[in-house]
Design a protein around this ligand. Structure first.
Ligand SMILES: Cc1cc2nc3c(=O)[nH]c(=O)nc-3n(C[C@H](O)[C@H](O)[C@H](O)COP(=O)(O)OP(=O)(O)OC[C@H]3O[C@@H](n4cnc5c(N)ncnc54)[C@H](O)[C@@H]3O)c2cc1C
Length: 353
């Protein structure tokens, strides 16, 4: 669990700008340790999620449009293999296993640590804007306009929200790797919309990123469904807004593209899909759980989904077959047969045999 603070530039064993991160170390701890060196990892929406857990699933970061999958920044894994041997795995030492670990999860080994290439800590501008749901069509239009021409430094997500006890809302979350002025120019379509209920956009530190979506940091029940959208055209936008999202609490669209669409030596590889979709509800009782699953199924069925999903967005019961193409799955299964023929590691999203 230890985060070994071995950042380059002060004579440690690791090359410059690399951190060795123990299993279970949270994204927030990595950010806190990297910040004094003017460096950053690739944070997702929440600081409490473990970096190895995210990287083993590929990992969608706020900075992914600029730097790719979190796993693209992993240069080595330390692990215990199916025979109980400790091993150090890099692209040079064991290219197949290294590739499989960069996105296909924990089905191949117990990872005890990994080596992560850090990036220059950016100037950062970001935050959440919230409107009442009646403005959702205009907000959706502005969102599509912004994402159609967004540079890789800009990442914008759209959220339809319906929290118990509150009116339905629509929110836009944004981060920009650069100055406030350029960010405001790029986000100008949002400023032409009706006055929001709140506007949290500001210059911020990387360590403050978790405040944008303010996800719960304690464990809680949740029923989610992830998808990848091949398009967010007029029909898809209309479908998303046609009915109230209840019994879901949130429907989130994450803009992908940029470096996600470029070559990646990882099981996900380049993503052609321009958006990810995340449908979330809280199953307070069995009837609500069924209603949530029905709503998720109906929305996914009506939208242009590609059929594959990011591994980190999978749910219990889904498998690696829900995340990868058949060619990738065959290669993963070959790695599994060679490295773990007795299926010692099996409580994950299995790649199958
Ligand atoms: C609040 C919240 C926000 C999130 N935001 C994002 C986001 O922005 N981007 C994104 O991509 N994902 C996101 N996720 C999903 C998250 O990346 C996955 O749930 C991830 O698997 C969590 O890893 P963990 O180690 O914290 O959880 P765990 O439940 O401990 O691990 C989940 C799985 O990862 C594998 N695993 C973890 N550690 C090891 C290890 N040391 N060795 C072998 N296998 C291991 C195993 O298969 C394990 O079953 C979020 C999740 C939450 C709860």
């Amino acid at each position: 669990m230890a985060l070994l603070e071995q950042f380059g530039g002060s004579g440690q064993q690791l090359p410059a700008r690399r951190a060795h991160i123990g299993a279970g170390v949270s994204s927030g701890r990595v950010q806190a340790a990297a910040a004094p060196y003017g460096l950053t990892g690739l944070p997702g929406s929440s600081p409490v999620v473990s970096v190895p857990g995210v990287a083993l699933g590929g990992g969608l970061s706020w900075f992914g449009r600029a730097y790719g999958w979190v796993a693209d920044s992993v240069s080595a894994f330390d692990l215990v293999d199916a025979d109980g041997h400790q091993r150090h795995v890099t692209a040079g030492i064991d290219p197949d296993l290294f590739w499989a670990l960069r996105g296909a999860g924990g089905d191949f080994a117990i990872v005890t640590g990994l080596e992560l290439t850090l990036h220059d800590a950016p100037r950062l501008y970001g935050g959440r804007m919230v409107w009442t749901a009646e403005h959702a069509p205009e907000v959706m239009d502005a969102y599509r306009q912004i994402t159609a021409t967004a540079p890789d430094e800009l990442t914008v997500w759209l959220d339809l929200l319906h929290f118990p006890g509150f009116d339905p809302m629509v929110a836009v979350d944004a981060t920009y790797l650069g100055g406030a002025e350029q960010a405001r120019d790029l986000l100008a379509p949002l400023d032409r919309l009706p006055r929001p209920l709140s506007d949290g956009r500001r210059v911020m530190a990387v360590s403050e990123l978790g405040t944008i979506t303010a996800e719960p940091t304690d464990p809680g029940p949740g029923l989610s469904r992830g998808e990848l959208l091949t398009d967010l055209d007029d029909v898809a936008a209309k479908t998303l807004l046609a009915d109230p999202i209840a019994p879901l609490l949130s429907v989130q669209i994450r803009h992908l593209g940029g470096a996600f669409a470029r070559p990646s030596d990882s099981p996900h590889g380049p993503l052609a899909e321009p958006y990810a979709l995340y449908l979330f509800g809280v199953p307070t009782d069995p009837a609500t759980a069924r209603a949530i699953a029905d709503k998720q199924r109906a929305l996914a069925g009506a939208l242009p989904v590609s059929g594959r999903k990011p591994l980190t967005f999978l749910n219990p019961g889904e498998t690696a077959a829900d995340a990868f193409t058949s060619t990738t799955l065959s290669r993963l299964r070959a790695v599994k047969r060679r490295r773990d023929p007795r299926n010692t590691f099996r409580s994950n999203f299995p790649v199958g045999g």
